[in-house]
Design a protein around this ligand. Structure first.
Ligand code: BG6
Length: 489
């Protein structure tokens, strides 16, 4: 088989992400026959765990899987723990020794995948030491998967990038944006470019506006310390929201190669209008949740949260009107909206088509709607198309109808998880669904202006109740253009 063979080295092996996402994803790959037996995982972290403790944790993380033909002990036996101090060069030698031993035992052909899943302030040192101690030098391939946050502004991102690039080449680096691993985000391109129906209409002649919403019901929970210095703009907009925007707005690539797709995405980000400071208020709305009820539970304000400054100026909600200044999109607003503690957990993209120049069937009573294409990213996965048609009655009026395709109808357990897909891609050397430095750089430049304006002006927070769709200004942002957020299924 051509299943990948590799030693996967996870830095931050005792962390939350490893537990919640990485181990279950490796298990799913294993279960689904996407991994050969030629793989080993080295868990690296500070704690003095043993292999046994580590394997027990791994098994706990896959507790809710129940596959009769999989022996979980056999699976866990591929996992090895290596206690580690990032500053201590001797520890790198010991780690190298372990990787080599596992390489021989599991016949992984010298392939190494380093996964950085810990506090980002160590990324640079770690990369430099891996190189200086010779761990990046191997007979097989070496790849680096790196988690967000990739910097906290353009400058810090650039510095981090330089540090990493001193140890790894761009084509060895896989920057994670887990939204790119989501089934329906990957589907954006397919829906757009495999259907004769949409592409001819996909421009400012026929589309009036596009809305991308990613709302969450959770607050910042235990992540207050990180989140309070980040906020929704840096946590969600710089990466996930702008990546979805790039996919929805890009031109058709010449070929489906990583380089061609990336080049089209980069062009969108280059055309994205960077506001000047004076324009920020007019285009961007920030919010922070106050108390309120979510799913029947009365919850406190953001500022009362664990690890949060009681006078915090941090945004937990962002809505913005973005403009892409190119031939295809001139004049079409792209509205984005994301926040914590909102009414529901949902990510969707709504494409609103322009009204016909004259609609004989326009019917106020039945509320004739514009045509909408909705891409449901999560928790529902699918697409719906909102049209108008005559519904059996005596009138010649039109009524809204919807055509829908529900991706969830498939066996849910078998739809791959974002991290599963991304790990698999990386092990096959496919960087399509990872972010290139150029994309990261352009996104930060866009975000930095807004962040600066906000940092210099205290907001009147909290300004939305938990369990709602954010501050009123977010609605006004569209209303003043004659639009509204579509909350359609
Ligand atoms: C992460 C953010 O990147 O994405 C989190 O750091 C956020 O704050 C999460 O909750 C949302 O991801 P998903 O897959 O649940 O939509």
């Amino acid at each position: 088989t051509n299943n990948p063979k590799a030693v996967i080295v996870i830095f931050g092996a005792t962390g939350d992400l490893a537990n919640r996402k990485l181990y279950p994803s490796i298990y799913r790959l294993y279960r689904n026959g996407k991994l050969s037996d030629n793989f080993a995982v080295v868990g690296v972290a500070r704690r003095p765990w043993t292999n046994d403790i580590f394997r027990d944790k791994v098994k706990e993380s896959i507790d809710n899987f129940d596959d009769p033909h999989i022996d979980k002990d056999e699976f866990a036996s591929h996992f090895h723990y290596n206690p580690f101090d990032i500053q201590d060069l001797e520890h790198y030698q010991a780690l190298d020794g372990l990787i080599k031993e596992l390489d021989t035992n599991y016949q992984t052909e010298g392939n190494r995948l380093f996964y950085f899943s810990m506090a980002p302030n160590f990324f640079g040192t770690l990369a430099a030491n891996l190189k200086s101690e010779g761990l990046t030098q191997t007979e097989g391939w070496t790849r680096l998967v790196i988690e967000k946050p990739f910097g906290h502004d353009f400058e810090s991102a650039q510095e981090l990038n330089e540090q990493i690039r001193a140890a790894f080449t761009e084509d060895q680096i896989y920057r994670i944006d887990h939204y790119l691993g989501k089934e329906m985000v990957q589907n954006i391109e397919v829906i757009r470019f495999a259907n004769a129906l949409f592409e001819p209409l996909w421009n400012n002649q026929h589309i009036s506006n596009i809305q991308i919403t990613s709302s969450e019901t959770l607050g910042v929970e235990e992540r207050g310390r990180y989140y309070d210095s980040a906020g929704a703009l840096k946590d969600m907009v710089q990466n996930h929201m702008l990546q979805m925007l790039a996919l929805i707005a890009m031109d058709m690539p010449i070929k489906l190669t990583p380089a061609e797709i990336r080049s089209e995405k980069v062009k969108v980000l280059r055309a994205l209008r960077v506001f000047d400071e004076k324009e920020v208020d007019e285009h961007v709305v920030r919010g922070q949740y106050g108390e309120g009820t979510v799913n029947g539970e009365q919850l406190p304000t953001y500022r009362e949260g664990h690890g949060v400054d009681p006078e915090s100026n941090t945004d937990t909600f962002v809505a913005a009107k973005l403009m892409i200044d190119n031939f295809r999109w001139a004049g079409v607003p792209f509205y984005i909206r994301t926040g914590k503690r909102m009414e529901k957990k949902a990510t969707k993209i709504v494409v609103e088509f322009k009204d016909l120049p004259m609609n004989l069937y326009y019917d106020k009573e039945h509320d004739t709607k514009p045509n909408l294409l909705v891409i449901h990213v999560q928790p529902d996965e699918g697409i719906t198309l909102h049209l108008n048609a005559k519904k059996g009655d005596y009138n010649a009026s039109s009524t809204p109808i919807t055509l829908s395709y529900d991706n969830n109808a498939k066996d849910k357990m078998n739809t791959p998880e974002a991290y599963e897909t991304l790990l698999n891609d990386c092990m096959h050397g496919d960087s399509t669904n990872f972010t290139h430095w150029d994309e990261v750089a352009l996104s930060w430049k866009f975000v930095d202006v807004i962040a600066n304006v906000w940092a210099n002006k205290k907001a009147n927070f909290p300004n939305y109740k938990s369990g709602t769709n954010g501050p009123e200004e977010a609605d006004l942002l569209l209303n003043k253009d004659g639009f509204e957020w579509w909350d359609v299924s």
